[in-house]
Design a binder for this molecule. Structure first.
Ligand code: CA
Length: 225
């Protein structure tokens, strides 16, 4: 999952970015509304953390522009405690959630997790596909109840599939959602990650659709005889 952070306070931006990276997200950061607005317009993000008080272009205008351009990624806005009306304008502009400064990083992470899974149509933080279970709060994966150890990149790929079960995900889409902007992207590694996931979990879990991409489909439950 790939997240954009738009925050002009350098220390806070660094802390948020660090916390998100630690939690397993690929993160791009921008320090003003112009750069942030552009990134949100041109790159596919699974969520955005958007400060409202920004240089060049304010956060509300950035958000309004995205929504006008039909950029529908979930957005968590950061508001100043004393400006209660910012929340109202934020929701009216198309925000999905808000957090008042100062906040605990744990709460930011929980809200980001929630807006990502809700936008993908999942109500529960536990994602399930047949025997495979992913706890989005901890990044823990089990297969038939057995704990599975995945590398950070394998987990990113699995998490994207678990959020988007039942539809074909192209290799390009996968690459855009598991790597940040500065990462040296190599499509060959995607095949390697998928091969490793099949080996560690189940050979049938991820299907290849020749020329189109991959999909994760829950196996049919076996009929009791
Ligand atoms: Ca600010």
């Amino acid at each position: 999952m790939r997240v954009l952070v738009v925050e002009d306070e350098p220390d806070l931006q660094k802390q948020i970015k660090h916390a998100l990276v630690e939690a397993g997200y690929s993160v791009d950061a921008a320090s003003d509304g112009e750069e942030g607005g552009f990134l949100g317009d041109t790159e596919p993000y699974d969520a955005v953390v958007l400060d409202l008080g920004l240089p060049k272009v304010d956060g509300i205008s950035v958000l309004k522009n995205w929504r006008q351009n039909e950029r529908n990624m979930p957005v968590l806005i950061l508001t100043a405690r004393e400006l209660w009306n910012e929340k109202v304008s934020g929701f009216d502009a198309g925000a999905d959630d808000y957090l008042t400064k100062p906040f605990h990083m744990e709460e930011l992470l929980a809200r980001v997790r929630a807006i990502i899974r809700r936008s993908a149509g999942h109500a529960s933080p536990l994602l399930e596909c047949g025997p495979v279970l992913l706890d989005t709060r901890t990044g823990k994966v089990t297969n038939d109840g057995e704990s599975i150890t995945l590398t950070a990149h394998e987990l990113k790929v699995l998490s994207y599939f678990m959020h988007h079960q039942g539809r074909v995900v192209s290799q390009t889409e996968l690459i855009e959602h598991i790597y940040d902007q500065d990462f040296d992207r190599d499509s060959n590694t995607i095949e390697v990650f998928i091969a490793r996931l099949r080996k560690k979990l189940s050979p049938e879990l991820i299907k290849t659709h020749r020329g189109r991409g991959y999909s994760m489909v829950s196996p049919e439950p076996t009929q009791p005889s």
